[in-house]
Design a protein around this ligand. Structure first.
Ligand SMILES: Nc1ncnc2c1ncn2[C@@H]1O[C@H](COP(=O)(O)OP(=O)(O)OP(=O)(O)O)[C@@H](O)[C@H]1O
Ligand SMILES: [Mg+2]
Length: 226
């Protein structure tokens, strides 16, 4: 098909919001509908390209997220994306119908923009888009879905995953105040950058995985006539 274009759908949210779960479910549902779809996930922890991200999250550059400034830390994540684009999913991007990204450039906005004063946010976003989508040559997403989970609930999901062992958490996960700052920056982004918010918790508990998945698939069908 001459006008065939891969749709890059990003699923983002705070830690433990269900990004991996929903990306996989969406890719599966799109595949079941006959589309060529796959997930990609960032950071690419299996690859050497994420070495700086691992140093940062592991506390080897400082025990607080603020020990590495927003622009430096954003660069660590950006170059990891470029490496995996060149080595793997860039080829798929040329021929698939849908690539579903579990985190993307948008995660820099959630987690790194949170380090900046409010009046520097717009400058940061302008810099980040130019850096990743223009200079580094990564594709810009066609749609960004923000999984909005009450922070208390996502903390519980993370706690459950590590069976209560705090020492397994990375420097972001350990810092609840920082998580709240990230939530503020995500809310700002969702409102100003055209992200679509999917409310995943209500009345103090999570909606079911399938129910959230239905909402996401409806959004895709509506936007892309899928
Ligand atoms: N709707 C849901 N209801 C209950 N549990 C859920 C739901 N969605 C995901 N979970 C569970 O919550 C945990 C975190 O989910 P998942 O790994 O998908 O989140 P994530 O956003 O990718 O997390 P991280 O930010 O740590 O990478 C997992 O144990 C998952 O099974
Ligand atoms: Mg995940």
């Amino acid at each position: 098909m001459a006008d065939k274009k891969c749709r890059l759908i990003v699923i983002d949210g705070l830690d433990g919001s269900g990004k991996a779960t929903q990306s996989k479910l969406l890719a599966q549902r799109l595949s079941d509908m006959g589309y060529k779809a796959e997930t990609v996930s960032f950071p690419d922890y299996e690859s050497d390209s994420s070495a700086l991200v691992r140093m940062y999250l592991g506390g080897r550059l400082g025990s607080s997220p603020d020990d590495v400034n927003a622009y430096a830390a954003s660069s660590f994540y950006a170059v990891d994306r470029v490496a995996s684009y060149i080595n793997s999913w860039g080829r798929d991007y040329a021929e698939y119908d849908y690539i579903i990204a579990d985190r993307y450039t948008t995660s820099n906005i959630i987690h790194q923009m949170a380090k900046l004063p409010e009046d520097e946010r717009d400058d940061y976003v302008e810099w980040l888009y130019d850096y990743e989508y223009n200079r580094l040559g990564l594709p810009a997403p066609d749609m960004v879905i923000f999984l909005d989970v009450d922070p208390d609930i996502s903390q519980k999901l993370i706690y459950g995953r590590y069976s209560g062992d705090e020492s397994k958490k990375d420097i972001h996960e350990r810092d609840f105040k920082y998580l709240l700052r990230c939530r503020t920056s995500a809310m700002y982004a969702a409102e100003h950058l055209g992200w679509i918010t999917v409310k995943c918790s209500e009345g103090g508990s999570m909606r079911s995985i399938d129910d959230i998945g239905d909402s996401i698939l409806d959004l895709i069908k509506e936007r892309f006539d899928a």
